[in-house]
Design a protein around this ligand. Structure first.
Ligand code: CUA
Length: 151
């Protein structure tokens, strides 16, 4: 008789344990932990440094390029970079998922709305480089590009 009681208690404890795990999983799933780096995509245009997209000199031969991606373009549309400069691209999207590829370099990123993705490249050769979107993002996808002029 007392054995039955203990088995029942054991069962109840086990059930309570699983219920706790299930509730935790549900609550966590319902409210994912907020990422401090996340920007509300609707507020990208008013959030520094993306309120003033462009080049910022951060060293003797080093620049940050803070850029936005949107349907269907990049801000800014043209970057003028001195030969030999290292450029750290920091890019976020104002709307949907875009791509950020600079053919002829290793820069190739996916740009998620509100998340800042980064990549660097040193432009040793003068010339014209293209920034292309390589994620299908809608009717104007093929037209989505910007230019880097190194010289
Ligand atoms: Cu943006 Cu394709």
């Amino acid at each position: 008789r007392s054995e039955k009681v203990w088995i029942t208690i054991g069962g109840v404890v086990l059930a309570a344990f699983f219920a706790t795990v299930a509730i935790d999983a549900f609550v966590m799933g319902a409210t994912p932990p907020s990422d401090p780096k996340m920007i509300d995509p609707a507020k990208v245009s008013t959030t520094p440094p993306f309120d003033k997209p462009g080049l910022v000199q951060v060293g003797p031969k080093e620049y940050d390029a803070n850029m936005t991606a949107f349907t269907f373009g990049f801000g800014p549309n043209v970057l003028n970079v001195p030969v030999g400069a290292k450029v750290n691209f920091h890019v976020t999207s104002k709307d949907v998922v875009h791509g950020f590829e600079i053919p002829g370099t290793d820069v190739n990123m996916m740009i998620d709305p509100g998340f800042v993705n980064s990549a660097s490249h040193t432009f040793d050769k003068p010339g014209k480089y293209l920034i292309l979107c390589n994620e299908y993002c809608g009717a104007g996808h093929q037209l989505m590009m910007a230019t880097i002029i190194v010289g």
